[in-house]
Design a protein around this ligand. Structure first.
Ligand SMILES: *Cc1c(COP(=O)(O)O)cnc(C)c1O
Length: 387
C-alpha cells in the first residue's frame, strides 16, 4: 500500500489523537528503516525508546518465534515459563523482590500508585493517600497517571481528576512543603523524558530519597523511558546511588512488543494479594520471551557501549551551529537548538532522519546497537538542518 492510501485510511478510520509525520515504514535493519516510499531513514527515535536493538534483530526475533511456536497467550490463572523467567531475570539484575506485569508504561505506573496507597493504608489506615509528583513529569494516560503527570497542559477536559495528588518543583524546599504527613509516595523520573529530557540533580535526588526513607514515604522511580539500559545503566536511578521502593518500566523492555513491569523491593514486595490487581494480557508469554532476550543482552559491556555512543553524539552535537544545550544521559539526549523542535524534526525527516521532540528540545533515543556509520549519517543530516 502506498503512503497516500494508508494516510487516507488512517484519516478516515482512526481517532485523530495523533499528529503524524508523512511517512510509513515497512521494514528495516538496526537503526536504518525502510519507508513504503522506498526511501531509507536513519532512526534516532527507536519508536520512542521501544525498539531497543532496532529493527530486524535476529536474536530477538528467534526468541519471539520460538515462543510463537509454543503458545501465544495463557491467562493468569495458569503458570507461564517465560513470564516466571523474566521476573527472575529482572529481580536478579536489579535487586527487586517481585514483579507485576502489564502491557504499558501507564499501567505499570497505575499499579505502582495503587500499591503505594495500599501499603500506606495497611500500615497507617485512611487519610495517608497523597501522591507527590514532580513538575515537568510524565507518567501516563490513565486517569490516575494523567493526574500524576506534572504538566498543566495535560490537565484539561478529563476532570475531575484523582484526588490527593500534588505537584512539587524538583527542589527539596518545594518537595518538603508539598510532601506532608498525609503522603504515601513520591514518584519521579530521574531523567524527565516527555518533559524535555531534564536530568534531575544528583544532590536533589539523593536528598529526596533520604527524606522519603525517614518518613516511610515510598519512592517510586518511573523508568518507563529511561530503563533497560537507555541511559548507560540498567535503570537511571543507579546513576544516583539511591534505593527506590517501587520501579516501573515498559517501552524498551520487550524490544518492540507491548509490556509493562512494576518491580517491588523489600518494603512493597508483599503488599499486593490475590484479587488486588490484575491484567488479562499482563505477562503475555510472547512479550515476556522477547523481554528475556532483551534483558539478558543488557550487559555491563553493552552499558559501556551506550555510554561511549552517548558521549560521541553529545560531543558532536555541541559543536553544531545553533545548538545551545545538550541534556540527557547515555543514549537519551535532548538538544536545545534555538528553533522550534517540531520544525527541526520535520526538516530532518525530509532529509531521511527520524528524531523526536520533547517540548522545545529535539529528543534522540536511538537503538542501543546503532552503528557509528548510522550515527554519523544522522548527525550530518541534523547538522545540515541546524545550519
Ligand atoms: C511513555 C511513558 C509513560 C507511558 O507509557 P505508555 O506505554 O504510553 O502507557 C509513562 N512514563 C514515562 C516516563 C514515559 O516515558
Amino acid at each position: 500500500m502506498d503512503l497516500g492510501t494508508i494516510e487516507a485510511l488512517d484519516r478516515e478510520y482512526i481517532a485523530s489523537t495523533y499528529g503524524r509525520y508523512p511517512v510509513a515504514f515497512c521494514g528495516g535493519k538496526g537503526a536504518t528503516l525502510k519507508g513504503v516510499d522506498g526511501r531509507s531513514y536513519i532512526d534516532f527515535g527507536a519508536g520512542i525508546a521501544v525498539n531497543l536493538f532496532g529493527a530486524g534483530d535476529e536474536s530477538w526475533r528467534a526468541a519471539v518465534d520460538a515462543q510463537l511456536d509454543r503458545i501465544q497467550h495463557v491467562s493468569n490463572y495458569y503458570y507461564s515459563e517465560p513470564t516466571a523467567r523474566l521476573a527472575e531475570l529482572l529481580c536478579k539484575k536489579t535487586g527487586a523482590k517481585r514483579a507485576f506485569f502489564s502491557n504499558s508504561g501507564g499501567e505499570a505506573n497505575e499499579c505502582a500508585l495503587k500499591t503505594a496507597r495500599k501499603y500506606s493504608y495497611l500500615k497507617y489506615g485512611e487519610g495517608r493517600s497523597k501522591i507527590v509528583s514532580l513538575k515537568g513529569s510524565f507518567h501516563g494516560r490513565t486517569l490516575f497517571t494523567l493526574t500524576a503527570t506534572g504538566q498543566d497542559e495535560f490537565h484539561k477536559y478529563f476532570g475531575p481528576f484523582v484526588p490527593d495528588v500534588a505537584y512539587a518543583a524538583p527542589v527539596m524546599a518545594d518537595v518538603g512543603r508539598v510532601a506532608d504527613g498525609a503522603t504515601c509516595a513520591v514518584i519521579i523520573e530521574c531523567v524527565q523524558g516527555e518533559g524535555g529530557v531534564n536530568v534531575l540533580g544528583r544532590e536533589f535526588v539523593r536528598a529526596l530519597a533520604e527524606f522519603c526513607a525517614a518518613r516511610d514515604i515510598l519512592l517510586i522511580c518511573d523508568e518507563v523511558q529511561t530503563g533497560n539500559g537507555r541511559t548507560g545503566k540498567y535503570f537511571s536511578y543507579e546513576h544516583y546511588g539511591i534505593a527506590p521502593d517501587i520501579v516501573t518500566t515498559a517501552k524498551g523492555l520487550a524490544g518492540g512488543l507491548p509490556i509493562g513491569a512494576t518491580l517491588f523491593f523489600d518494603k512493597t514486595k508483599d503488599v499486593l494479594k490475590p484479587g488486588d490487581h490484575g491484567s488479562t494480557f499482563g505477562g503475555n508469554p510472547v512479550s515476556c520471551a522477547a523481554a528475556c532476550n532483551i534483558v539478558s543482552r543488557i550487559t555491563d559491556e553493552q552499558m559501556l557501549e551506550v555510554q561511549a555512543k552517548g558521549e560521541y553524539l553529545r560531543a558532536k552535537l555541541r559543536g553544531f551551529d545553533g545548538v545551545k544545550e545538550v541534556t540527557g544521559l547515555g543514549l537519551m539526549l535532548g538538544v536545545l537548538c534555538g528553533r522550534p523542535a517540531k520544525e527541526v524534526a520535520a526538516a530532518c525527516l525530509e532529509r531521511g532522519l527520524l528524531v523526536l521532540t520533547a517540548h522545545d528540545k529535539v529528543r534522540l533515543l536511538p537503538p542501543l546497537n546503532i552503528t557509528k556509520l548510522e550515527m554519523d549519517e544522522g548527525l550530518s543530516v541534523l547538522k545540515g538542518v541546524l545550519k
